[in-house]
Write a protein that binds this ligand. Structure first.
Ligand SMILES: [Ca+2]
Length: 474
C-alpha cells in the first residue's frame, strides 16, 4: 500500500490515454530534442508576498506535489498570489499551512482541494481495502489490474455500490468542505469514459456498457457533491477538457486543460486549446465558470525526467507561455497556470508577466481587428493580442484611430506567428458608443466597446519587448 500511496501522491494529472504503451519507464533524456543553446536563464522567480489586488490576469496554481523547490518561506502568502490554488490536503496538514493566512493575503482567492480519483493520497488511503477479492481496484475483462503510468493501480468507481466514491465523499465532508475549509474541489482523473480495457460493470466483457457504468458513477459523485455543497467550486481534470456532450458540465464549474499547448496529451495546436476553452465555457451556466488552462514545459518531446530538472525556459516554452496566458485573457472564466507538468505539479513559478494588472475587460474579445484569424481584447489597463495564424501581425501605434490602440505611448510591435503579446497601458475608460458585437468569447458577454483612449502614463508592466522570451536573469 505504501508504494501505491507514494505513487499516487506523485501523480499529477490525468489522461484518458492509458494504453499500456504509456505505462513503461520514461524515455531516456538522450531522446529529448532541446536546443539548450537557446535556453534563457530562469525567467521564473518566487512570487511576492504582498496583498493581492490584481484583477487580471487570473492565475491558477496546480500545487499538489511536495517537491523541494516548493518548500519556501512565507509559503501561504506566496501561494496566495494566484487566484485559484489547488492544494494537496496531505501537504497542508504536514506543513500546517493556514488557509486563513492565504485568504488574508488574497481575500478573493479560491482554494480547491486536490481529490485524486485514481489513486489515494495519504488521507484517502485510510480504509481502502488491500488487493484481493474485495478490493476497489479497476480490472480488465480477464480480471487483471489496470496500472497507470504513475504507478499503483487504477480505482474502480463502480464496484461494491461505488464503495470508493462513497469513501471519497466521506473524506471530502470530513476534511475539505467544512467551515473554514476549501472553496471547492479539483477532481483529478475525472475522465469522460473508462480507461481503455476497463470492465467497469464486471460482466467479463469490455464494451459500451462499461462506458455507461463509468459515467453514471461519476455523475453519482457529482450529483451528491452539488446537492450537498451547492456553492462549492467543482472542477474536474480529464487531461484534455471534456467533450461538448459530456454530462459532467451540468454539475461542475468547469474543467482543466492539462498540458495545454504541450505534446503529452495531444493538444499542441492553439485551435485545440481555443475550441476546448469555448466549448467548456459555453456549457457552464448558473454558476461561476472556471476553465483552467494549465500549460507546462512538457513539450518538444521533453520527458518527465528532463522536465523535473529543467532550469530555464526555451524560446518555445516562452512562446507557449505567452500564448496560453493571453488566450486565458480572451475569455471570462479562463485561468492560466504554468509549471513542470504531469506528475510534477508543485511549483511557485512567478513571472514578470503576472505583475501587470490589466484591470477589468472592457468587452468581449474581438476577432480580426489586427488581421484575419487574430484575436484581441481591451482591458482597463491594457490590450491583449493573440495571433494564432502562420504569419506575423503588425500592431501599430495609431493614436485616436478607430481600430487601433488609442493613445498608447508604446512602440508599434509585431506579434509573431502562433504567439501573443500583452500591451499594458494607463487606465482606460469604456467609450460611450457600444460598437459591434463580438463573434468570440462567451455569448452573454457585452458588446465590444469602441476603442478607448489610453492614458499616456507609462506603465510599469510588461511591454511586448519585456515579455517572457526577452526576459533574462530574473
Ligand atoms: Ca463490462
Amino acid at each position: 500500500m505504501l508504494v501505491i500511496i507514494v505513487a499516487a501522491a506523485l501523480h499529477s494529472g490525468a489522461t484518458a490515454a492509458l494504453a499500456d504503451a504509456d505505462i513503461g519507464p520514461a524515455r531516456a533524456p538522450s531522446a529529448v530534442h532541446i536546443q539548450e543553446s537557446n535556453a534563457i536563464a530562469p525567467a521564473w522567480r518566487l512570487p511576492p508576498i504582498r496583498p493581492v489586488t490584481r484583477v487580471n490576469p487570473r492565475l491558477a496554481n496546480y500545487f499538489h506535489i511536495d517537491l523541494a523547490e516548493g518548500r519556501v518561506d512565507h509559503k501561504e502568502r506566496r501561494l496566495a498570489q494566484w487566484n485559484v490554488v489547488i492544494l494537496n490536503h496531505d501537504i497542508v496538514l504536514k506543513e500546517k499551512l493556514s488557509l486563513a493566512r492565504m485568504r488574508q493575503t488574497n481575500p478573493r482567492i479560491k482554494l480547491l482541494a486536490w481529490i485524486p480519483l485514481q489513486g489515494p493520497n495519504d488521507g484517502l488511503a485510510k480504509g481502502v481495502p488491500a488487493p484481493g477479492d474485495e478490493d476497489w481496484y479497476a480490472r480488465r475483462a480477464d480480471g487483471t489490474y489496470l496500472t497507470p503510468h504513475w504507478g499503483g493501480r487504477l480505482m474502480d468507481v463502480c464496484v461494491q455500490s461505488r464503495a470508493w466514491l462513497r469513501h471519497l465523499l466521506r473524506y471530502v465532508r470530513r476534511h475539505c468542505l467544512g467551515a473554514g475549509g476549501y472553496d471547492g474541489l479539483m477532481l483529478d482523473c475525472l475522465w469522460p469514459a473508462e480507461p481503455p480495457g476497463h470492465d467497469a460493470n464486471r460482466d467479463g466483457v469490455h464494451d459500451a456498457r462499461d462506458t455507461a457504468a463509468w459515467r453514471e458513477s461519476m455523475l453519482f459523485l457529482l450529483r451528491r457533491l452539488r446537492a450537498e455543497y451547492p456553492g462549492a467550486i467543482l472542477v474536474g481534470n480529464g487531461g484534455l477538457p471534456w467533450p461538448a456532450d459530456c454530462p459532467y458540465y451540468e454539475y461542475a464549474n468547469g474543467c482543466m486543460h492539462e498540458n495545454a499547448l504541450g505534446d503529452q496529451f495531444g493538444g499542441t495546436e492553439w485551435r485545440v486549446l481555443w475550441n476546448a476553452c469555448r466549448t467548456a465555457l459555453s456549457r457552464i451556466s448558473n454558476r461561476p465558470a472556471y476553465h483552467l488552462i494549465q500549460a507546462d514545459i512538457r513539450a518538444d518531446r521533453r520527458t518527465q525526467a528532463v522536465a523535473a530538472d529543467q532550469r530555464a525556459l526555451t524560446p518555445n516554452d516562452c512562446r507557449r507561455f505567452r500564448l496560453g496566458l493571453a488566450t486565458a485573457l480572451l475569455v471570462d472564466g479562463g485561468y492560466f497556470g504554468f509549471d513542470r507538468g504531469d506528475c510534477l505539479h508543485g511549483q511557485l513559478w512567478w513571472f514578470d508577466d503576472y505583475d501587470c494588472d490589466l484591470g477589468a475587460p472592457l468587452g468581449a474579445s474581438i476577432e480580426g481587428r489586427y488581421g484575419p484569424g487574430t484575436f484581441a481584447r481591451d482591458f482597463e489597463r491594457g490590450l491583449v493580442v493573440v495571433n494564432p495564424t502562420q504569419t506575423p501581425v503588425w500592431v501599430a501605434h495609431t493614436p485616436d484611430s478607430s481600430g487601433g490602440i488609442g493613445g498608447a505611448r508604446a512602440s508599434a510591435f509585431t506579434v509573431p506567428p502562433r504567439d501573443a503579446r500583452i500591451l499594458p497601458a494607463g487606465l482606460r475608460k469604456p467609450a460611450a458608443s457600444p460598437g459591434r458585437s463580438s463573434r468570440t468569447g462567451r455569448p452573454e458577454q457585452a458588446a465590444e466597446p469602441a476603442p478607448a483612449r489610453l492614458d499616456p502614463r507609462p506603465s510599469a508592466g510588461f511591454l511586448p519587448e519585456r515579455s517572457c522570451a526577452q526576459n533574462s536573469g530574473q
